[in-house]
Design a protein around this ligand. Structure first.
Ligand SMILES: [Zn+2]
Length: 252
């Protein structure tokens, strides 16, 4: 009985952690987007758009279709949300406590700008901005004004997208955009792989030097030493250089 109680409390605590909350918020939008007609809509999650300053712009979801490009920012705030298109900060009221959040319409506008630049397609009319709040929040007084952004609950994401019926891209154009977005996903994966490869290359090169009896740190000769836990190599330049490593390895 006690164990069950502890388990329930633990689960509740884990679910309450901000990272987990964010993940759940994003995951549910991902699931909703799964319901879109796959023939017409191509969904990209967690898109990293490269920026000219070598930074990246992270977009939660991008949906490409003949009806345009839907750029979706998900928000997982709790409490009452107030804001409009013109104010720099919106307000979250929770337990009589006020917090401010950067205007998500402006934030998503930045994402669209980055996407426009990356795709080389300026036309504003093909981009649709959607700010999706989880149902944990209550959108009290949220006015998108003339920003053309939709500020909605995540449960309405599919109907909001489906409401756009005007064809603004040819099937071929939509495909080309999709291919270009595919590249950003691959590039993000490649970066991770490259990072791992760099670490492995360094390790391999260090081992190569050790096998050549050269200290990888300072280039001095290495000497075999005996320690409590077996043999190892150390730098002959000790104590100036404190390099120690495993003895020569035949397999590299
Ligand atoms: Zn050394």
């Amino acid at each position: 009985m006690e164990i069950v109680a502890i388990l329930i409390i633990t689960i509740l605590l884990v679910l309450g952690m901000p990272k987990v909350k964010g993940f759940i918020g994003e995951a549910s939008v991902r699931l909703y987007l799964y319901r879109l007609d796959k023939e017409k809509y191509k969904v990209f999650n967690d898109v990293l758009i490269p920026l000219p300053n070598r930074k990246t712009s992270q977009i939660d979801h991008v949906v490409v279709s003949p009806y345009g490009i839907f750029v979706i920012e998900t928000k997982n705030y709790k409490g009452w949300i107030y804001g409009d298109s013109k104010r720099k900060y919106w307000t979250q009221v929770i337990y009589k406590h006020k917090e401010k959040l950067y205007n998500p319409i402006w934030q998503n506008y930045g994402h669209i700008k980055a996407l426009q630049e990356y795709l080389g397609i300026e036309k504003d009319e093909i981009y649709h901005s959607i700010i999706s709040f989880s149902t944990r929040a209550t959108l009290k007084k949220v006015d998108p004004g003339d920003s053309k952004s939709s500020v909605i609950y995540s449960s309405r994401i599919v109907s909001t997208i489906n409401a756009h019926k005007q064809v603004v891209l040819t099937t071929k154009e939509a495909q080309q955009i999709g291919m270009k977005l595919e590249k950003t996903l691959n590039a993000a994966g490649d970066k991770k792989k490259q990072h791992i490869k760099n670490i492995k290359d360094t390790q391999r090169f260090n081992q190569y030097k050790i096998n050549a009896n050269m200290c990888p740190k300072c280039g001095s000769d290495l000497v075999e030493r005996k320690g409590k836990y077996g043999n190892f190599v150390g730098c002959s330049n000790y104590p100036t250089c404190k390099f120690v490593g495993k003895t020569k390895q035949a397999n590299m």
